[in-house]
Design a protein around this ligand. Structure first.
Ligand SMILES: Cc1ncc(COP(=O)(O)O)c(C=O)c1O
Length: 375
């Protein structure tokens, strides 16, 4: 049987990984500054993570949401404490798109309305409403295009108010640091005004923290630097460090009812064990503080470069805008220097999304390689 061929693949076959190191089938070691789309939060094969998952599967790996699973409450307690969002309520899913799809659905249930506002260069997933809210017409099928969505300029408060005024919007969904788009961030004023406008017009404000959450931004969630309170917060990537788990945090003002949402795999025993391991390591190794320290180091190294570069993003969710298309550079970095980096919709941006455990010496390795690749 052939594989349905939708992914353009690099010719690298990883067979082992440890920390920020990935080793391929030829024994070549790569530095992982991409974490498989920002997924590796605590690093590959972290011993605590491996042990927790192994221990869990020895006992029970899976049962669905038809029986008691105390691990879910353990995750909720730990997540509430570490994130500071302890008044929110947690619903488990298995991917970022599923998190956003459910967030949009909750917004629609809660307001009785149907239109969604999202922003240019935003990415929210590839499923029904999430892909309709994503600014990439190429991946929106006619079926998805039936959703009513307004994709506005990020930062355009006037357009936002005009749209919300019409009275048919259920949700505004935003990435506080755009990931796939290319690390753009709007002003604090815009985010605060957007939150206020949502309250004024009875619209739910959804923080898409699928990529920026779980410490990647240097705070637990990227929205937290703005002192706002989203109605729903969505999470996935870094949450399971590679185990497919996602979740939404729902503001207590939104009521739940039995049957409102559901999923077979969400919050299963292994997913909970993976999330608990991630939270425990984030706390024990103070990785969110470390992410900020490494961001500062990375910025210092950028400032020392003698080429024009704009650094974008925050924490360890960074982008280097080099002013030219970076796809060839990324190939050189992989094949000649054995370093994984990421691309973005903005073709000039090299995305840097390392495990939060990254060390100065590994950042040095990247800059040495970057200089050589650009020479
Ligand atoms: C901000 C954001 N939201 C949602 C998604 C979709 O997540 P998934 O691929 O797990 O469905 C992504 C994936 O890149 C993302 O970056």
């Amino acid at each position: 049987m052939k594989l349905f061929d939708v992914y353009p693949l690099y010719d690298v076959t990883p067979v082992k990984a440890k920390g920020a190191q990935v080793i391929d089938d030829k024994g070549i070691e790569y530095l992982d500054l991409y974490g498989g789309h920002a997924v590796m939060s605590i690093g590959h094969a972290h011993p605590h993570y491996v042990k927790r998952l192994k221990d869990q599967i020895d006992n029970i790996g899976f049962y669905s949401n038809a029986v008691q699973n105390p691990l879910q409450q353990q995750v909720a307690d730990k997540l509430g404490t570490l994130s500071g969002c302890d008044t929110y309520e947690l619903f488990f899913v298995s991917s970022g798109a599923e998190a956003n799809e459910n967030a949009l659905k909750i917004a629609s249930f809660a307001t009785g309305k149907h239109k969604v506002v999202s922003f240019k260069s935003g990415f929210h997933g590839r499923t029904s409403a999430t892909v309709a809210a994503t600014d990439n017409p190429k991946i929106v099928a006619p079926l998805n295009a039936q959703h009513q969505v307004a994709i506005l300029e990020l930062g355009d408060t006037k357009a936002l108010e005009e749209t919300l005024k019409a009275g048919d919007c259920c949700a505004v969904i935003v990435e506080f640091i755009q990931g796939v788009g290319g690390l753009d961030i709007a002003t604090a004023d815009f985010y605060k005004k957007a939150a206020t406008l949502c309250k004024t017009y009875d619209v739910k404000f959804i923080a898409d923290e699928v990529q920026s959450g779980f410490g990647r931004s240097g705070d637990f969630f990227a929205f937290q630097v703005y002192g706002i309170e989203p109605d729903v917060i969505t999470m996935a990537k870094g949450m399971g460090n590679g185990f497919p788990v996602g979740g939404i945090l729902v503001h207590p003002s939104i009521a739940s009812w039995h049957g409102m949402l559901g999923t077979t795999f969400g919050g299963n025993h292994l997913a909970c064990a993976a999330t608990l391991a991630v939270l425990e390591v984030l706390e024990k190794e103070q990785l969110i503080t470390h992410a900020k320290t490494m961001e500062a180091y990375f910025r210092k190294k950028v400032a020392e470069l003698d080429i024009p570069v704009t650094i974008k993003g925050r924490g360890l969710m960074l982008g280097l805008d080099l002013g030219f298309a970076v796809s060839e550079l990324r190939k050189k970095l992989i094949y000649d220097h054995h370093i994984f980096t990421g691309g973005a919709m903005n073709k000039n941006v090299l995305r840097i999304l390392p495990p939060l455990t990254i060390k100065e010496v590994q950042i040095d390795q990247f800059f040495t390689a970057l200089k050589a690749a650009l020479a």
